[in-house]
Design a protein around this ligand. Structure first.
Ligand SMILES: *Cc1c(COP(=O)(O)O)cnc(C)c1O
Length: 445
């Protein structure tokens, strides 16, 4: 039992040096000689260990984590069940390649995915290493199963950084700029964005569908790919009715509806999946991030007749569904269930909304507070307008980080601050983080 050897990182934020501290600054200099400058630099405090919602850096600062490594460590850091499951699996065996000689945990993860994802139809899955790889494979399956080529994606979408997923992603800088040429047969239509478009879900869906039918032709469309709540694009929650209307249109037209639940899935929004909120049943669901508590694992889960249309050997990869990652996923799913973190995500959402909405009354730069469950963001604007205020978002993130509260930004215009706390965060920790965030917002406004 490795998990019982040591613990007690502490539960309170405690900043003991300026941030980043001297050791982190020195390490950051060392890094520059050998780590590509093409990687986002984020907040360069170098982490030594973590527990629950607290990260400890190499200077001994205790940082409150409101980002969960971008919605990955939803069950918190150093969860005993996960440590034990991963340690036991490392000791048993670390790799065989599932395509060469299989093992039970891969099958068990696929059983969980089949039962947890929406819909009672027969489903099969294939496992991969990253979200982008899952998206690539969902597109492969949809094209093969339908015999069609066109893929519909949305404004503000983020689906990854590989060649195909760059093409599926909307934002040019920094994701796509000068990295082309991009994959063909990808068509982008407007996303429902209630704060900016003022349309109902039905109106926004009708607009998107009209563009698809006139510019692409329904019979050419293999798949419609959508994040039910957009992540990197700015935590954009479509108006009620948008997703059901698109889902109905895909069913009527033989188009595969792919829900990209990589950021929104696994209890984050207060449901197991964000589409559950409107009872939408996708044909394929892609998962990653929160699925395996920090180990790299991604899933493509879909109707058995779609997923099984692929010839043997058509899907796979050396490491996909690695046994250590599968053990981590099973421990993560058990933890989400045992601790009823789906309910906790809703409670966190209520606390976040109450606080941020009241803050919005006091300052003129918060244009919108939106999200669901423990996936909540503020969109910053120039006072009295809906013009993006990226400078405010940047200043707020910097202020929070320097106080030892890890928040991150997002959005096509860089003007959104998003909160993705671990679902095990305590009420006290959340209140602490919110008080720093409120001070940051007031100081920026
Ligand atoms: C992060 C993300 C991806 C890409 O996942 P990677 O593991 O980074 O490749 C795809 N879609 C969504 C919605 C994401 O948030």
């Amino acid at each position: 039992m490795v998990s019982s050897i040591d613990s007690s990182v502490g539960t309170e934020r405690n900043v003991v040096t300026e941030l980043p501290g001297p050791k982190s600054r020195a390490l950051h200099e060392r890094r520059k000689a050998v780590v590509s400058a093409g990687l986002t630099q984020g907040f360069p405090i170098y982490i030594e260990r973590a527990e629950g919602a607290i990260l400890v850096d190499i200077d001994g600062n205790r940082i409150l984590d409101l980002s969960s490594g971008i919605a990955v460590t939803s069950i918190g850091h150093a969860v005993p069940e996960l440590i034990d499951a991963v340690s036991d699996q490392v000791a048993a065996f670390t790799h065989t390649c599932f395509m060469v000689t299989p093992y039970e945990s891969y099958v068990e993860v696929c059983e969980e995915l089949a039962s947890l994802t929406p819909g009672s139809h027969a489903k099969t899955s294939a496992l991969f290493n990253s979200g982008a790889e899952a998206i690539e494979n969902a597109v492969k399956v949809a094209r093969l199963a339908t015999g069609r080529e066109a893929i519909i994606v949305f404004d503000h979408a983020y689906h990854g950084r590989t060649n195909l997923t760059m093409a599926l992603t909307a934002k040019n800088m920094p994701y796509k700029d000068r990295f082309g040429p991009f994959a063909p047969e990808i068509y982008r239509v407007p996303m429902s964005y209630p704060f900016l478009d003022g349309l109902s879900g039905a109106e926004a869906a009708a607009l998107a569908i009209k563009l698809i039918e006139t510019q692409v032709g329904a019979h050419n469309v293999a798949a419609l790919l959508i994040e039910p709540i957009q992540g990197e694009g700015g935590f954009i929650v479509p108006a009620d009715g948008f997703l059901p209307a698109l889902s109905e249109w895909t069913t009527k037209n033989g188009v595969v509806f792919i829900a990209d639940e990589i950021q929104s899935g696994f209890c984050r929004t207060g449901d197991w999946f964000a589409v559950d909120h409107e009872d939408v049943v996708p044909d394929i669901v892609t998962t990653a991030k929160g699925l395996a508590g920090g180990m790299p694992l991604a899933g493509v889960t879909g109707r058995a007749e779609l997923m099984n249309a692929v010839h043997e050997g058509g899907l796979g990869g050396t490491y996909g569904g690695n046994p250590v990652a599968c053990a981590a996923a099973l421990a993560t799913i058990k933890t989400l269930r045992d601790r009823n973190l789906v309910a906790r995500a809703r409670e966190i959402g209520e606390i976040l909304f109450a606080n941020l909405r009241s803050l919005q009354q006091d300052v003129a730069i918060i244009g919108d507070v939106r999200g669901r469950g423990a996936m909540v963001a503020m969109e910053f604007v120039n006072p009295g307008t809906k013009e993006p205020n990226a400078a405010a978002a940047k200043a707020i993130v910097t202020y929070c980080n320097q106080q030892g509260v890890l928040a991150i930004s997002c959005g096509t215009y860089g003007n959104v601050v998003r909160l993705l706390p671990p679902l095990v965060i305590s009420d006290e920790q959340l209140a602490d983080g919110l008080s720093v965030l409120a001070a940051a917002v007031r100081s920026a406004s």
